[in-house]
Design a protein around this ligand. Structure first.
Ligand SMILES: Cc1ncc(COP(=O)(O)O)c(C=O)c1O
Length: 388
């Protein structure tokens, strides 16, 4: 085993990436993207209706085996509209990991609901269920079929498990906790297209699942998102709300509630359709990249490459290094040295409860999330590193 140093880590990354500029994640277009986009222009259908939106939804439905899929403008609005459709109201609390992208939590805030931060665990970067259940046992009192936070007097209405970097959290246990405490479960599967737990696609365990197709995701629509669900009523409500709540009529403009203009444009869906047609190639490339990094890091003491959890088939969207307890002081040195060499490694998100808008929100002990923040570094993970 070799002794770890920041220099050795950076050189090891370069063994996989080669020298020069390497971003964290870049999209790759080599399918029918240009063809499909040209079609939208030729047919004069570039906006929020058109054949590609329907085709893309169908494809995502088929791939994830969700019964329904509704394409929207981005992952954040997918979460927002899912919470709204699940009847999460102003001042109600939503349990959410402190370790997530800020969009997850902003979606709660835009609704006027209250984020309540819960802890994560290094084993899969997801919610620590053991700790969560004990915490909820302590703080919740039941009133009819409602769960009331004894500390705030507010209803705790929902939970958003996040599948971080495309790796499944303990979703089955979270569903159980959701049942016990009357919580709606909105899965943040923004990073998890192509990831499965016990052969079931992530995002299809809870009431609703939300996927992102931002430019940095495993497939992209430029900007975009998708709500997937097995619940017909919810799917109908989400489709209605996201398409300005317009009643079907050949020429009249009749809207029966205050809706949103959240429909994914045809232009973006065209890109998405061409991308999802290649998802098997992207997934294979991600696994190859994992193996390449694994081979260079397996002989360095004090650091390891994160491997998908048991019973999971992850998409390996981002490759992640984990420092052992003794070497957490190297994290910032590795980040600085790699950036100097144009290897754009990244830490995980700053914990959301530490961000200015969220410092005063409810939270449990967050030692697991802090441990993850202190120990991990994400590596350049573009498919192009394999599919050159
Ligand atoms: C975990 C997580 N949640 C939510 C989002 C929000 O998705 P979007 O950027 O499409 O709004 C993202 C990605 O950006 C994400 O990584």
């Amino acid at each position: 085993m070799k002794k770890i140093s920041a220099d050795l880590v950076v050189k090891s990354i370069q063994k996989v990436t080669g020298k020069g500029l390497h971003k964290l994640h870049e999209p790759l277009f080599f399918g029918k993207e240009k063809n499909y986009i040209k079609n939208t222009i030729n047919k004069n259908f570039v906006s929020s209706s058109g054949e590609y939106v329907n085709k893309f939804e169908k494809k995502v439905k088929k791939y994830t085996k969700a019964k329904f899929a509704v394409a929207v403008v981005n992952g954040t609005q997918a979460i927002y509209i899912s919470l709204k459709a699940c009847d999460v109201k102003k001042n109600e609390e939503v349990l959410v990991p402190a370790l997530t992208f800020v969009g997850t939590v902003n979606a709660i805030s835009h609704l006027g609901a209250e984020p309540h931060f819960v802890d994560s665990q290094i084993e899969n970067f997801g919610i620590n269920c053991l700790k969560l259940e004990k915490y909820l046992d302590k703080i919740i009192k039941f009133k009819g079929n409602k769960s009331i936070n004894k500390l705030t007097g507010k209803v705790i209405k929902a939970i958003i498990p996040v599948h971080v970097f495309g790796h499944p959290c303990n979703i089955q246990k979270i569903i159980k906790i959701g049942k016990k405490f009357n919580l709606v479960v909105v899965e943040d599967a923004a990073e998890a297209l192509g990831s499965f737990y016990k052969k079931k696609h992530l995002g299809t365990f809870g009431d609703v699942g939300c996927i992102s197709f931002n430019g940095n995701k495993i497939i992209t629509t430029g900007g975009g998102g998708m709500v997937i669900t097995n619940k017909k009523k919810l799917a109908k409500k989400i489709k209605h709300l996201t398409t300005t709540a317009k009643i079907k009529h050949k020429w009249e403009y009749i809207h029966d509630e205050i809706g949103y203009n959240f429909r994914m444009p045809n232009l973006n869906a065209a890109l998405g359709l061409a991308q999802i047609e290649k998802i098997h190639i992207f997934l294979k490339a991600k696994r190859t990249l994992f193996k390449k990094y694994f081979n260079v890091f397996k002989n360095i003491k004090g650091i390891s490459l994160y491997k998908e959890p048991k019973n999971a088939r992850s998409n390996y969207w981002l490759q992640t290094l984990i420092l052992n307890n003794n070497y957490v002081n190297l994290k910032n040195k590795i980040l600085a040295k790699s950036h100097k060499k144009l290897i754009l490694t990244r830490p995980v998100w700053r914990l959301i409860n530490e961000l200015k808008p969220y410092r005063k929100k409810q939270k449990m002990n967050l030692s697991g999330a802090k441990e993850i923040y202190n120990k991990i570094i994400n590596l350049p993970s573009s498919q192009s590193l394999v599919l050159k």
